[in-house]
Ligand binder design. Structure first.
Ligand code: CTP
Length: 394
């Protein structure tokens, strides 16, 4: 089953239409694409780095040497599944056509093999100039998708072909370009992720090492495929998901309330969160002094999945399990006891730790299927689980 890639570099050229790409970015995030914005240095005259940073939830650089300690340009180029350059000026198109690498964006374009879609916006005389025409023809001959600009009035009194196309039509072309299948349109998917924390006192808590990356991948994949997504996020940074609906929670009790609110109306529940199995019997509002901090009495938390499966109507329920031995028998027991349709059992033996980019394990279904996965990306697992859930929904 192919994974639907969603890491996109949004390149922004120095045109007035740059401000429209803020909206474009938001709408792309709504559809589950995860965006890194790479503006050209001159484009910051139109929209500043702080805006792109706030909207994308990721750091923004215009030159190769900025932030290179965080993400090198080669790793960013390798990570991107697609490039969308919008708006592209005549100058940017020319620089790409001749293979220059004089800023971060053009470096990335040279260093990456990802498919590139270009959305030009410029004055009609520049668009119709023979040099621009030749550059666009060169890019198209190399497999770039170059959209035609719209015809109409420009920022000044002039009109002609050169306008930045409507955001909706850019998105339509981009979805076609990436092969984005909207097979979850009309479905409501409730996902829990992260790890719950149980307060011991004002400063301490019982928590776990769940990174929440799998739930972010699931939320983005489901949104990309057209689902209405609700994410209940325990202690998780969800900024890369843009405007997706998120309930932020801290404790198991808060997660229980948020899930109860959403469960009845969902079609699929994916319980990806690492729920703290127990909480302190007593938690103190103030800070416990270290001399008195010697033992903690615990009481069990409710099993949220088991509780919800008792209220299940037609929902498909997916659970996760982390095991070090007897993977399949242990997971089958959980599948039955928690009333699940699908369980993904994560193999956390041989030191596999939370927070990795890949996962190894087995998908087990109520209908007896067993699909073993070795070192696949969390995106790929997200899409596989959604494929199975959709099949079971019928
Ligand atoms: N889960 C839950 N409520 C809990 C504990 C776990 O809903 N209090 C869910 C998790 O979100 C996961 C699944 O149950 O989808 C399995 O979690 P796991 O921790 O592997 O299993 P446990 O039931 O806690 O069993 P054990 O720790 O004994 O393996």
């Amino acid at each position: 089953m192919p994974s639907i890639a969603r890491e996109v570099v949004l390149g922004v050229g120095a045109g007035i239409a740059a401000y429209k790409s803020c909206e474009l970015l938001r709408r792309l995030q709504d559809r589950g694409y995860v965006i890194t914005v790479v503006p050209t240095p001159a484009s910051l005259n139109f929209v500043g780095a702080a805006t792109w940073q706030a909207l994308s939830g990721r750091s923004v650089a215009t030159q190769v040497w900025e932030n290179s300690h965080e993400v090198s340009h080669i790793s960013l180029a390798n990570r991107a599944s697609y490039f969308l350059i919008a708006p592209a000026t005549a100058d940017l198109i020319a620089r790409i056509a001749v293979g220059r690498a004089d800023d971060l964006l053009t470096n990335l374009i040279l260093a990456s093999n990802a498919p590139i879609m270009i959305v030009p916006a410029m004055h009609p005389q520049m668009w119709n100039d023979v040099a621009t025409k030749a550059n666009v023809a060169t890019l198209r001959s190399r497999g770039f998708l170059v959209m035609e600009p719209d015809i109409g009035r420009l920022t000044g009194s002039d009109s002609g072909q050169g306008r930045f196309p409507a955001v909706a039509s850019i998105i339509e072309r981009f979805d076609e370009f990436t092969g984005n299948v909207r097979d979850l349109e009309g479905k409501k998917i409730l996902i829990s992720g992260g790890g719950t924390r149980e307060a011991i006192d004002a400063v301490r808590f019982i928590g776990n090492r769940s990174s929440g990356k799998q739930s972010i991948a699931l939320a983005a994949a489901a949104a990309l495929r057209g689902a209405e997504v609700k994410l209940v996020a325990a202690n998780l940074d969800t900024s890369s998901l843009g405007t997706l609906a998120v309930h932020h929670v801290e404790s198991t009790a808060q997660m229980r309330l948020a899930l109860a609110e959403e469960f009845a109306s969902c079609d699929i529940l994916i319980m990806c969160a690492a729920v703290a199995d127990a909480k302190p019997l007593r938690s103190t509002l103030g800070k416990i002094k270290k001399a008195l901090y010697t033992s903690i009495e615990l009481e069990p938390n409710p099993d949220l999945l088991a509780e919800l499966s008792g209220e299940k109507a037609n929902q498909i329920m997916i659970g996760f399990a982390a095991e070090t031995s007897d993977l399949i028998p242990s997971a089958r027991v959980k599948l039955e006891s928690k009333g699940l349709d699908i369980i993904y059992v994560n193999d956390v033996s041989d030191g596999a730790i939370f927070g990795k980019e890949t996962t190894s394990g087995i998908i087990l279904t109520r209908t007896g299927e067993e699909i073993a996965l070795k070192e696949v990306s969390k995106d790929a697992l997200a899409h596989l689980l959604l494929d199975h859930a959709l099949r079971q929904l019928g």
